[in-house]
Design a protein around this ligand. Structure first.
Ligand code: NAD
Length: 246
């Protein structure tokens, strides 16, 4: 899965799934710009990428900030070249039962996990259309497919992301751009780190492979979808979940 001469933008690359994606893409030869919400996070990404084949750097981006998106995409175009791979990975949870969920928690999750993905994608699309080549990979969730009690905001955003993936895939297919989603199951990161033993056991019981996924499991699937091997795949949602939805 060679990604030489590709420029990849990975949002939310300081830790967890995003950090693994940035490293795997850079190991495959892409020049990667990984985003962080702080200067220290961006520095950590630069350090992690410095020893990879394709290399790259960290850059500060709050995906909810339209002006920062524009500035970063212009900056990447001037330095590395327009991104040919976009991985929309940044995401948050603000869990709560529907009856008790505040507007603030609803809005924060929809804004970060859905609205921001649209804005980043729109900003990157111009360069891909010009190049008549691009790979857009959205990190969804199994929860966007099957729902989850206590995550009405998160599951709504992730389900919306799958709709966005299919609509955009149809729109840009004639331009040589593929748009796909990955729906991870339960992956061992900070996001799942807050689960207590009982919740963890319940997840394992639902997962035929009887283990939580690792960030590298998702990164490998992203690398495949970004590679020439996946050139005829678009509008798909790839489940990477240890058999959870069989
Ligand atoms: P994580 O909390 O470890 O990492 C989330 C990343 O998003 C961090 O780098 C964080 O800085 C970034 N981020 C958050 N808000 C941001 C903002 N406003 N602007 C820019 N960056 C922001 O989580 P993770 O588990 O690595 O999750 C990565 C993606 O995978 C998310 O989209 C998540 O919904 C999805 N996912 C995770 C799991 C899981 O089990 N861990 C399962 C399914 C889907």
């Amino acid at each position: 899965m060679q990604l030489d001469n590709q420029v990849a933008l990975v949002t939310g690359a300081t830790r967890g799934i995003g950090a693994a994606i940035a490293t795997v893409l850079a190991e495959a030869g892409a020049t990667v710009v990984g985003t962080a919400t702080s200067e220290s996070g961006a520095q950590r990404i630069s350090d992690a990428l410095s020893s990879t084949t394709g290399g790259g750097r960290g850059a500060v981006l709050d995906v909810r900030d339209a002006e920062q998106i524009k500035q970063l995409i212009d900056n990447i175009r001037d330095n590395e070249g327009a991104p040919s791979i976009l991985v929309n990975n940044a995401g948050i949870t603000r869990d709560g039962l529907a009856m008790r969920m505040s507007d603030e928690d609803w809005d924060a999750v929809i804004d970060t996990n859905l609205n921001a993905v649209f804005r980043v994608t729109r900003a990157v699309l111009r360069g891909m259309i010009k190049a008549r080549h691009g790979r857009i990979i959205n990190i969804g969730s199994v929860v966007g497919l099957m729902g989850n009690a206590g995550q009405i905001n998160y599951s709504t955003a992730k389900a919306g992301l799958l709709g966005m993936t299919r609509s955009l895939a149809r729109e840009v297919a004639p331009r040589g751009i593929t748009v796909n989603a990955i729906a991870p199951g339960f992956i061992e990161t900070d996001m799942t780190g807050e689960l207590d033993d009982q919740q963890r056991e319940a997840l394992l019981e639902q997962t035929p492979m009887q283990r939580l996924g690792q960030p590298g499991d998702i990164a490998a699937a992203v690398c495949f979808l970004a590679s020439p091997a996946a050139g005829y795949i678009t509008g798909e949602t790839l489940n990477v979940n240890g058999g959870l939805l069989m």
